[in-house]
Design a protein around this ligand. Structure first.
Ligand code: NAD
Length: 450
């Protein structure tokens, strides 16, 4: 069955693709299985050179990849270019990591024990539609560096950049069969990968709901899984913070990628003593977000990914919000930047909206801020704004989330571990930590007795 890929800013079709089914999935797994022994045996230095070459090709094709991503996801082109820049950095990082992920020698009675990091085999990489190339690279980099072969399944809405990345891997000299990209339904291709006895691990990024299905499905073959799931992160503004700076940075933290960001700080927690003043600043900063044609270099926010997703997002906003921005006329799945004053018990504060809607919530003191911040089933990301360094550390340590920033709203760095607490998932991507998820530790005892 054919899949029509649409530009969400124009609602026009931009590609027609064949959907893979169960048979094609089995064939891709078989190709990956066949390629595995030779790929794991490639000398680390040579594997590093191949990954470095992928990084260079991504750099050389940044503009093309960014345009693909912008047209397919509706991302502003400037942001898309930054994301593709990160894809290249990820491949550079894991090229450098290939020969630095060694084992240990452990003194034991009667000899010595050595540990080795062995690749898992064929790994299924299932990625969402919001950062398609980026998240694919977060999985491809460490999986390939460790010597695994992969079947990558992009989301049906946004498969184009993953297909191009697959071509660039081949062009870089990565042997046929090592990287296989399959376009198809999650419930067909994804499900088959999860259940396939020859797939050793599923590295999944997506919703918490589907994450549960991944865990259930993986139980049959005791498959390894890492899950990067949803979020409902807090941006905590204390009364002693640089309010102007925090307000200027806040729109990016929730409206970037039109709020379709697992790390979106979609709960803005503001200390009651500065609540009114901060809200005024936040409204002004939000008014300044430039929404429009993703191909325009100055655009900061594009449309949502689909019409049905826009309906879901709209269902969270009841009545007249505190602030609602403008959107372009004409076609496109536009939704305005929206600020809603809320309590942490409201649906808009409890569920992941995954759109440009922020819930602004007052708090009384440090203990109250920590309580509200942690009062969510999720635990992915968050920010703390204060000039008191000790308080920043206290709150950071007390917050149940995997990735936090102080006086900044960024979550993702190539070098640092990224992942969730609680129902935001488990396992870590990026940095050297990601390599743990793509290798098994093997211990070998060598007797020294004569
Ligand atoms: P989704 O869970 O609907 O889909 C994610 C992927 O899973 C897609 O490739 C989809 O085709 C596949 N899939 C769907 N049903 C499946 C099934 N039954 N079996 C196997 N695979 C299946 O998520 P989405 O709507 O694409 O993305 C948005 C979600 O992703 C949000 O919840 C967001 O928070 C989360 N996300 C998390 C991170 C993170 O790193 N924690 C990053 C980005 C997005």
């Amino acid at each position: 069955m054919t899949l029509t890929v649409v530009n969400p800013a124009t609602e026009e079709p931009i590609a027609e693709l064949e959907r893979a089914g169960v048979d094609e999935t089995d064939e891709a797994v078989a190709r990956a299985r066949e390629a595995f022994p030779a790929w794991r045996a490639v000398a680390p230095g040579d594997r590093a050179r191949l990954l470095r070459r992928v990084a260079t090709l991504v750099e050389e094709n940044t503009d093309e990849l960014a345009r693909i991503e912008s047209r397919n996801v509706g991302k502003p082109i400037s942001g898309a270019r930054g994301e593709i820049g990160m894809v290249a950095q990820v491949f550079h990082f894991y090229a450098g990591a290939v020969d630095k992920h060694g084992g240990e020698t452990i003194p034991v009675a009667g000899g010595v024990a050595a540990t080795f990091r062995e690749p898992l085999g064929v790994v299924g990489l299932i990625v969402p539609w919001n950062f398609p190339a980026n998240i694919a690279s977060w999985k491809l980099g460490p999986a390939l560096a460790c010597g695994n072969t992969v079947v990558l399944k992009p989301a049906e809405l946004t498969p184009l950049s993953a297909l191009r990345l697959g071509e660039l891997c081949l062009e870089a000299g990565i042997p046929e069969g090592v990287v296989n990209v399959l376009v198809g339904k999650g419930s067909v291709v994804g499900q088959r990968l999860i259940e396939h006895p020859e797939v050793a691990k599923i590295a999944f990024t997506g919703s918490t709901e589907v994450g549960r299905l991944v865990m259930q499905g993986a139980a049959g073959t005791i498959k390894r899984v890492t899950l990067e799931l949803g979020g409902k992160s807090a941006n905590v503004i204390f009364e002693d913070a640089d309010l102007e700076k925090a307000a200027a940075a806040a729109p990016y933290s929730v409206f970037d990628n039109a709020g379709q960001d697992c790390c979106a700080r979609s709960r803005v927690l503001v200390q009651r003593s500065v609540y009114d003043r901060f809200l005024d600043l936040l409204v002004e900063a939000t008014r300044g977000v430039k929404v429009g044609d993703p191909a325009d270099e100055s655009t900061e926010m594009g449309p949502l990914v689909s019409a049905s997703h826009r309906e879901t997002v709209a269902s969270f906003v009841e009545g007249e919000p505190t602030f609602r921005g403008d959107v372009p006329d004409g076609p496109g799945y536009w939704y305005p930047c929206t600020l809603v004053e809320a309590s942490n018990d409201d649906r808009v504060a409890r569920e992941e909206v995954f759109g440009p809607v922020a819930a602004v919530i007052p708090f009384d003191d440090e203990a109250d801020a920590i309580r509200i911040s942690n009062d969510t089933p999720y635990g992915l990301s968050g920010s703390i704004w204060t000039r008191d360094g000790a308080r920043a550390l206290r709150v950071a340590r007390a917050t149940d989330a995997g990735v936090l920033s102080v006086n900044a709203n960024t979550s993702v760095r190539v070098q640092t571990p990224f992942g969730g607490f609680k129902q935001s998932g488990f396992g870590r991507e990026l940095g050297m930590h990601a390599l743990e998820g793509y290798s098994e530790v093997k211990s070998v005892f060598i007797s020294t007795e004569g």
